[in-house]
Design a protein around this ligand. Sequence first.
Ligand code: SF4
Length: 347
Amino acid sequence: MKENIYNYTLDKLTQYFVMHNEKPFRATQVFEWLYRYRVNDFKQMTNIPKKTIASLEENFDILSLDIAQKQVSADGTCKYLFRLADGRLIETVLMRHNYGNSVCITSEVGCNMGCVFCASGELGKIRNLTVGEMILQVLMVQKDLDHSFQRISNIVVMGIGEPFDNYEAVMAFLKIVNYPKGLEIGARHITVSTCGIVPKIVEFADFDLQVNLAISLHAPSDNLRSEIMKINKKYPIKEIIEAVRYYIAKTSRRVTFEYILLKDINDSKECALQLVDLLKGLNCYVNLIPYNEITTKPYKQTTKEKAEAFFAILKKHNLNATLRMEHGADIMAACGQLRAQKMKEEK
Ligand code: SF4
């Protein structure tokens, strides 16, 4: 059976060529064709010998993803619903920022983490995505942008799924998108977001690339966090903060804490002060995010006044923070919402 060539890191492709008695540098040439010129046929790789092309065609496919649906928001946010080869659906979101085009990618089909406010966790995890399926999300969006001579400048692994629950594949994905003669997404322009898988935060501190780490915190105390995020029962806040301290000590990199403001749940002044206490002295940044409401969930977006009051408390106590704008609210940009709706329609 043929392999999806996008599953291969440069090291793995080099090994493949060595094993097939080919020159190892063929791997960098193929990588350039795949990621810089984004060809979809081995025959277009004009500097590769014919017999090598034949061998590649025999062993690999250059696949793409079917676009099951695409929605464009008034603010330019673009949501793709992709159908995988096995018929499963995943979401990818392109967000337009003043600093560039950022793509939020999915790492698993569904998610087992069970955060109560999230549509993605409702149906549980079906399977991990392969490296190639993650790469293809980026390539499909980039090929769309190629029509207007734009490029993806940032990647966040923050879509459906918990990236550290699919650790090896996500790390291989990061190496491929970062490859300088390919998509060339700078490591500092890539962020991986975890809900707090402590052993993997520690392991990630030793990862070769200077990729950013974000922690989906969403509550400043264990009582509250365990109510809204099941994972907190396994890895309580204290352990997460210890792991983050270790990560910062090893990497000297600032960590982002994501905090979705849920009306009357975690948006009080007391919560803001608890958050200040928890994070003070840590080399970190807090991203306050408005909640994208989901019809199947009782949770509501906090008011503008409460969001601003929360933000003001963090600032007053010298915590680095931003109050983020909502992206694509008119196209169901909440993680997993479009997928859940399409699955219901197809039942
Ligand atoms: S918020 Fe993230 S980790 Fe939590 S259930 Fe949703 S996809 Fe999973």
